[in-house]
Unconditional design. Structure first.
Lengths: 85, 150
C-alpha cells in the first residue's frame, strides 16, 4: 500500500462516523467532496478536522479549514502540516 | 466585556420564544443562567391534556439559549468580532432527562465549554431546579457566526 493509500484509509476511519451517504463513502476517492458527496454537515466537518488534529498532532488554521472540502485537499493540508512539524 | 443585559439584548429571540431571564455568571469556560416558565405559555394547554408539564424540547431550547447562544455571543465578543447580527444553527443535541418541570418553575442552566473552533461551539449543559435536583443534562453543539454584510 502506498503512503497515499494508507493516508486515505486513515482518513476514511476518521470520517466514517459522520457520513450520511454510504454509497459515496464506499466509492470514496481523492475527488470526493465531504459536503456534496458524503453529505457531511459543516458542524461535523469541524469534528473531523479536530480528529485529524489529534491523530496527526497538528494544528489546522482557519485558512486551511476553509480549504478542507475534499479528500484531496485534506490530504494535502495534512501532508503540509506534518512536514512542518 | 459585555454585561449580562447586553448579552441578552443580542439574543435573536423574543417572546414567546425567549427562554433566558438572567445570566448569573459567565467566563471563557462557561456560563450559568436562569429562566422561569410562565404558566400561561401556550404549550401547557396541550402538553399534556389537563396535566401541564414543560415539554422536553422546550427544556432543550432553554439549555441551548442560555448554554450555547448567550455563551457564544459572549465568546464572539471577547474574540473581537463585531456583533451586529449573529447567525446561529443548532447542530446536535444529546440530552437525558431526570425530573419534570412544571408551570412557574424556575430552572438554572449551567454550561461548560468543550470547544469553540471554526464557529462551532460544543458544550456540556446541565439544568437544575430550585431544589438543586438535576432536571436534564447532555451535550449541545451549534454553529455561530456573524452575518457578513457583503
Amino acid at each position: 500500500m502506498s503512503d497515499k493509500d494508507k493516508m486515505i484509509e486513515e482518513l476514511k476511519a476518521l470520517i466514517k462516523p459522520y457520513i450520511q451517504d454510504e454509497e459515496a463513502f464506499k466509492n470514496l476517492h481523492e475527488n470526493t467532496n465531504f459536503i456534496e458527496d458524503l453529505k457531511i454537515n459543516s458542524a461535523n466537518l469541524v469534528d473531523i478536522v479536530l480528529d485529524i488534529e489529534d491523530k496527526y498532532d497538528i494544528e489546522i488554521d482557519n485558512d486551511s479549514m476553509d480549504k478542507m472540502l475534499s479528500v484531496k485537499a485534506a490530504l494535502e493540508i495534512i501532508e503540509q502540516k506534518v512536514s512542518k512539524k | 466585556m459585555m454585561n449580562f443585559k447586553e448579552i441578552i439584548a443580542k439574543l435573536p429571540y423574543e417572546k414567546p420564544f425567549l427562554f433566558v431571564d438572567e445570566i448569573i455568571e459567565i467566563n471563557e469556560n462557561g456560563i450559568s443562567g436562569t429562566f422561569t416558565f410562565d404558566a400561561s405559555s401556550d404549550f401547557y394547554k396541550g402538553h399534556f391534556k389537563n396535566n401541564p408539564v414543560t415539554p422536553g424540547v422546550i427544556l432543550i431550547e432553554t439549555m441551548a439559549q442560555i448554554g450555547l447562544v448567550s455563551f457564544g455571543i459572549y465568546l464572539m465578543n471577547e474574540s473581537g468580532e463585531k456583533m451586529d447580527e449573529i447567525q446561529i444553527a443548532l447542530s446536535s443535541s444529546e440530552i437525558d432527562f431526570f425530573k419534570p418541570v412544571f408551570p412557574n418553575e424556575k430552572v438554572i442552566v449551567k454550561s461548560q465549554k468543550e470547544y469553540f473552533r471554526f464557529n462551532k461551539l460544543k458544550c456540556k449543559v446541565e439544568m437544575f431546579n430550585l431544589k438543586d435536583e438535576l432536571v436534564c443534562r447532555g451535550k449541545i453543539a451549534g454553529m455561530i457566526a456573524v452575518k457578513t454584510s457583503r
